[in-house]
Design a protein around this ligand. Structure first.
Ligand SMILES: NC(=O)c1ccc[n+]([C@@H]2O[C@H](COP(=O)([O-])OP(=O)(O)OC[C@H]3O[C@@H](n4cnc5c(N)ncnc54)[C@H](OP(=O)(O)O)[C@@H]3O)[C@@H](O)[C@H]2O)c1
Length: 254
């Protein structure tokens, strides 16, 4: 069946779990060929097989996006396989919470590298292909969707360096939007909050007990598919429709 993204190609970082995996499924359902990028190859291959079985096309690309060479190679592999790139979803992320006093600076480095540098490397590598797709592609538009967080708008105690990275994503998104909007590359940001994924699982046990588990026990959290639906709308929306920013969170967070 012809659908809105038929004939286009997308690359989703962090496609091995959570919001990224759900987004890759949705974009494939809408007809896009999807490059699945993350470090856990086994998970990517399982998802690629599932997407292929459902009648779409997916490519598993093992890459650590904090390494610039690997981020560039991931984009290159996608373009070589699909011949084009119309959509980039910068979703890979890491959230390690806790007080600044006594913090582990290696945790900071990993978050800054994943949420900041990895997103920049992937965007830089993908941009020439997205500009070309916007000029010549079937939809005459290309999309970058950056996954930030409510913590990129609002600061909470204990979210310090995670917020530092996500506020940076928001600023970068707005600046890049102004740079390429006239060339029909739409750049937008999705700011989720409270989604049931593996995001909190990388924290130290005491942080999970004090900061993460109570939130999930007290809040009716969202499913990754809820965010994937928002991202998919941003990519499939009519060419003349602008969405700069999309907050999606549990009602209790408003
Ligand atoms: N869940 C929420 O409530 C929530 C709220 C606000 C914002 N977000 C944002 O949503 C995005 C997705 O998170 P999620 O909730 O779906 O969490 P998740 O299930 O933990 O997914 C994170 C993804 O990022 C990938 N990743 C991490 N480091 C990477 C690296 N160096 N290179 C390549 N891929 C890497 C992981 O894959 P590998 O480990 O296989 O590499 C995984 O697929 C993140 O940017 C997060 O900050 C989530």
């Amino acid at each position: 069946m012809e659908s809105k993204l038929t004939g286009t190609a997308a690359l989703v970082t962090g496609a091995s779990s959570g919001i990224g995996a759900a987004t890759a499924r949705r974009l494939a359902e809408h007809g896009a060929c999807v490059a699945l990028v993350a470090r856990r190859r086994d998970r990517l291959e399982t998802l690629a097989a599932e997407i292929d079985k459902a009648g779409s096309t997916a490519l598993a690309v093992e890459a650590d996006i904090t390494d610039r060479t690997q981020a560039e190679a991931a984009v290159q592999q996608a373009v070589e396989r699909f011949g084009r790139l119309d959509t980039l979803v910068n979703n890979a992320g890491l959230m390690l919470l806790g007080p600044v006093a006594g913090a582990d600076p290696q945790e900071w480095d990993r978050m800054i590298a994943t949420n900041g540098q990895g997103l920049l490397y992937t965007t830089r590598a993908a941009l020439p292909h997205l500009l070309q797709a916007a000029e010549e592609g079937p939809r005459r538009v290309a999309d970058i969707v950056n996954i930030s967080s409510i913590a990129g708008r609002v600061a909470w105690n204990g979210y310090g360096v995670y917020s530092f990275t996500k506020f940076g994503v928001n600023g970068f998104t707005e600046s890049l939007r102004q740079e390429v909007t006239q060339r029909h590359v739409r750049v937008g940001v999705v700011e989720p909050g409270g989604v049931a994924t593996e995001l909190g699982s990388h924290n130290k046990p005491e942080i999970r007990t004090e900061m993460i588990d109570p939130f999930y026990q007290q809040t009716e959290v969202l499913a990754p598919e809820d965010i994937a639906d928002g991202i998919t709308y941003m990519v499939t929306r009519p060419r003349h429709t602008a969405i700069a920013e999309l907050w999606i969170m549990p009602t209790e967070q408003l």
